[in-house]
Structure formats: C-alpha cells, structure tokens
Design a protein. Structure first.
Length: 584
C-alpha cells in the first residue's frame, strides 16, 4: 500500500532491521502497528500441542519463550527478516516489547531526550543500569554535538545531564578534556555511531530485555566445545565437528602402536625430550652420553649427533627456546651446552666443590639455570659466569627445575613433599605441599599447571595460578623404586602420559582423569615419556631396556626398515618379525 507518506517510516524500519536488532514490522509508526508485539496485531492461534508447553526438550530444560526469541534474533542477524517476522507472528512471542522497539528507534533517530525517557519504560529494576545506559546515550549526544561544532550545547549536556548521573567520574574528566582539545574529539567519537551505541547498550541491558547479539551461535559453539572436551580420544585439530550428530572420536587418534625402536644407547635410557618445534628428540642415558635425534619428513627418527664428554651418567636435557642449542646435565657433575647443528660442545658449567643436578633455560635464551647439590639454584651467563644464586631456608634438595615463560618464577622440589615456587624479583615463596614424597614434576606449556609425581604411585595435577589448587589425580601405573616421569601432551595438552615400572606407558584423558590406554612393548622400567609438541600423534618413551620407542597411530600400512648404522627399527606393533614394507 502506501504512497509518499509511507516512505519515511519504511526507511526507519530498514535501518533497524539492517543491523539485526529488530524486524521492520516491529517498529512503531503512526501508519502501521507493530506486528507480533504486545501493542500490535494479535498473533494467529497455534494449533500444535507444542504451543501450549512452557518448556520444551526431552529433559524439560528449555524455556519455550526464550528459545523462540533466540531463534528470532538469529534469523534477523542472519538477514532472514521475513522469516523472523513470520516466527514472531506465528508464535505470538515478540523479539522485543514495543517499549524496547521505541527506545531503539529513538536512538537511531537521535531523539536523545526521548531515548533517556524510554529507559524508564522498558522494565529495568536496577537503577544503576538505568544510570549507566543513560550515560552511554548522553555521551553519544555529547560527541555528536561536538562533531557538529556545537561546543556550548555539548558543554551544557556535560554539565546538566551527564555529570549529575555520577556514574563515571574518570570518563567525565575525559569528556571535559575533549571540549578544549579538538584532536580528542575526533579520536574519541564512538565508531559506528548510533548503531554502535545500540550494540553497547545490548551488552549492558539484561538479556531478558534485549537478546545478546549472536546468542544462538554462542550456545551452539559452547555445545560443540563441551562435546569435544569431554571426548576422551579427541586428538586431531582437523577432526571435523558436525551439528548433525554428537561428536565422538575413536582410540585411533591416540598414539598406541610402536612405529620405531631406537637402539643407539648402550645402557639404560633415563630421559627423553622433544624440541619445542618437534623436529628433534634428545635422549640421556646411563652410558654417559646424550643423543640428538632428528625427525625426518616422513616422521622417522635418525641419529643426528652423539654427545660425549660427561664422566657420569646423563640425567636430563633441556632445549633452548629457539631449539638451536641443548643443555645436558650429568649426575652431580656439570652441565654442557651443545650446538644442535654441529654437535659441538660450546660451554661447560661447573662449580667447585659441588655438583650440578638439574638444568633449565631462561626464557630469553640469554641465561641458564641449574640446581646444585649444595641445595642452591644458580643462574649463569652463557659464557659460564655465575650471575645470581638463591638458597631458600626451606630448600632441602634440588632435583627437577623449571622457570615460567615470563621468567618470573623458578620452580623446584625444595623438600621431600613440597615444590617451591620462588619469585626471582620479590623473593616471595609459594609452596605445593603433598602428603607423599615427590619424585618429579612437569610444567604445562601455558605455565598454569604442574604435574607432580608421587611415591604413592599417583600423579597429581595442580593449578598454580594464585594459591595452588589440586585439580586432578591419575592412577594405575607402577612406581616403587625409581624416578618415573610423566608429561602433558596431545592436542592442546589434553592428555597425561607416564612411564611405569611394569614396562608399560600409561595415558590418561586430562579432564576426566580416565585411563584410556596402556602401551606394552618395553622389557624394562619406562623412565620417561615425551609427547611431540608439534605432532599430537607422536609419543616417545625411554626405558631401562636401553631403547626408545616412538609411538604413532594405528595405521593399516606400516613401514619396516632396519638401519643398524643409526640403531633404528621401524616396526608394526613392536613385533619386528611381523613388520612388512608395503609399496604401492
């Protein structure tokens, strides 16, 4: 219908619907009532039995009115205006009340006095919200007056309308400064103008009054994330999640088959650690050597360098932040720094009368840290100069050593049943205290969690943000005599893996604490495990049987190769006799 007199209301309706806040038919005008709202046409009767139910869903958890309003909001946001209008009309459930529609229209039209007055008619019970919303509206008025070079009117608005709200004194000072600084005015005007103001109000007002933007998308994403996080085997970033069915992964996402056996060490292998980029693996052994293994393009590992020079067994290694250098620590002996590309020893760190028992890199790569047998912690420059030392009164021994990514906290075992978190600058000390002897620990990549191995054959997960909190326990592996190490790993470090004295590797789902896999194959205690940070499908384990096993996915095709020069076997399930080389 319509002629010239209908043109202006139509333009107003288009402005509202174009930003997904209200359907065109919901905007009040003198020509046409609001359809589907309390002040407009009556909705058509709903004949379906569903229409009389206040809650829907098999468990009766979803309120029907909220559900319909959120769907309406999503339809408008997606640009399906006619569908949104029809849903409102057929359901009899308006997206917004006529009072809210009127508020939004006044804002888009720049009717500031009417906008503030409308706030008191939309059902807000919290007066502080009314004041904060009024502040946003009047602030927009203030900026538009300044933009129109109406400085005196802007000043009047600031003094007589904004300041009396007593809502944000700091912001009032900023607005005052804009009066005398033209550059401030240009840089501070709300980007997106009035539509942006509506989005800000939407965040401030209760969701029962204005549905938050993209609420349905947020709910669906949360459901998918929850399904993914609760899936005990989810371990692949390219695993597609569909809305059509519940998400579930199989065990085939967990590295559970031996893809290689590395046999280059002559004695027990005590420690393994992948480089940060996943391109190398370093191993330390009772044979007084360390080996740098390189991961080739096909995922196979071969010896890059054998590092010799220690006079005692090598107990641990540590990769530099850029993976170009490696530290090796002898048992109460010294620390050696190696060039990864050449295998050359660059520096030896020693202290007269004491042995070094652990090593770590400072996050910048400019210093190294070491635990010392005299119960202290030292920081060294790369050239071997000792620059700092800490010896806490409660520190009884130092074994494992870590430093957080910001370089602020040093973490070490300070007594049999406690871990010390020492702030380097303030010297403040925090403690994780256990009821059993602590044998080792591991820090998560995000520096938020610490995995603590206990003599009681349990592994505890601690959140170390603020006051440390115990948040997880993992059981099932065996540890009675030796130091057995565990690690975080898999996609987003969603799993916990550990060695065990029963010659097996144990894997738990981190969130549920459920034991999901036990990997046989070794013939001696598994001392240490390391999960490749760049490949969630590659896990390494080091054992007293003098071997390192590389675990991968359970594939149909398995490559077999015997490379005696590097001490490598590719195998199927750990059984060399059954392994076959398959060519297409």
């Amino acid at each position: 219908m319509g002629g010239v007199g209908d043109e202006e209301p139509a333009l107003k309706r288009i402005k509202l619907s174009s930003i997904g806040l209200v359907p065109s038919s919901n905007v009040s005008s003198s020509k046409e009532p609001v359809r589907g709202s309390s002040s407009g046409f009556m909705a058509r009767p709903v004949s379906s039995p569903e229409g009389d139910r206040q809650v829907i869903g098999s468990r009766g958890l979803i309120k029907r009115e909220e559900f319909v309003r959120i769907i309406s909001k999503a339809l408008y946001s997606l640009g399906y205006r006619k569908s949104g209008e029809y849903l409102e009309e057929e359901s009899g459930i308006p997206l917004h009340t006529s009072a809210v529609n009127m508020l939004m229209q006044h804002i888009l039209d720049g009717n500031w006095d009417e906008s503030v007055a409308s706030l008191h008619k939309i059902g807000l019970e919290d007066e502080s919200i009314v004041r904060s919303a009024s502040f946003l509206i009047l602030e927009q008025k203030f900026f538009e007056l300044l933009d129109g070079e109406k400085v005196m009117e802007a000043l009047k608005t600031l003094r007589t309308e904004i300041a009396p709200l007593r809502t944000n004194s700091r912001r009032i000072h900023e607005l005052t400064y804009c009066i005398v600084s033209p550059s401030c005015k240009l840089n501070t005007i709300r980007v997106g103008s009035r539509s942006k103001l509506l989005e800000e109000l939407q965040k401030l007002l209760p969701p029962t009054i204005m549905i938050p933007e993209k609420r349905l998308e947020y709910l669906v994403e949360q459901a998918l994330i929850s399904q993914r996080e609760s899936c005990p085997f989810h371990n692949s970033s390219d695993k597609e999640i569909s809305l059509y069915s519940d998400h579930h992964c199989g065990k085939d996402q967990i590295p559970s088959r031996t893809s290689q056996i590395l046999e280059a060490h002559d004695d027990e292998v005590w420690f393994v650690q992948f480089s940060h980029n996943g391109k190398y693996l370093a191993s330390a052994s009772n044979d007084r050597s360390a080996i740098i293994w390189e991961v080739d393009v096909n995922g196979g590992l071969y010896v890059k360098h054998r590092l010799s020079g220690h006079q005692r067994p090598v107990s641990s290694v540590s990769w530099s932040p850029n993976d170009q250098e490696l530290l090796t620590c002898g048992v109460e002996e010294g620390i050696r720094r190696w060039d990864v590309s050449t295998g050359k020893c660059l520096q030896i760190y020693e202290r007269t009368g004491a042995g070094l028992v652990s090593c770590a890199w400072f996050p910048t790569g400019k210093y190294i840290l070491s635990g010392v047998s005299d119960k202290s912690i030292c920081m060294w420059e790369l050239d071997g100069k000792e620059v700092e030392s800490w010896k806490g009164q409660k520190t009884l021994k130092i074994s494992d050593l870590e430093i957080t990514g910001d370089g602020e906290e040093i973490i070490s075992i300070c007594k049999d049943n406690a871990v010390l978190l020492l702030n380097r600058e303030t010297k403040d000390e925090r403690f994780i205290e256990e009821y059993q002897t602590i044998t080792s620990f591991s820090l998560s990549k995000d520096n938020r969690f610490l995995l603590v191995n206990l003599l009681s054959q349990e592994i505890h997960l601690w959140n170390i943000e603020g006051d440390p909190k115990l948040v997880g326990k993992y059981k099932g592996h065996r540890r009675t005599r030796f130091i057995v190490r565990s690690c975080f790993g898999g996609l987003k470090q969603g799993f916990i893996a550990s060695g065990s004295e029963d010659s097996q590797v144990y894997i738990w789902h981190r969130s549920s604490e459920k034991l999901i896999e036990v990997l046989p194959g070794h013939s001696g205690t598994v001392n240490c495990v390391s999960w490749n940070p760049a490949n969630p499908h590659m896990l390494a384990s080091a054992s007293d049987d003098r071997t390192i096993r590389i675990w991968g996915l359970n594939c149909m095709k398995v490559m077999y190769q015997n490379a005696h020069t590097n001490g490598i076997h590719y195998c199927n399930g750990g059984n060399l006799d059954e392994a076959k080389l398959i060519f297409n």
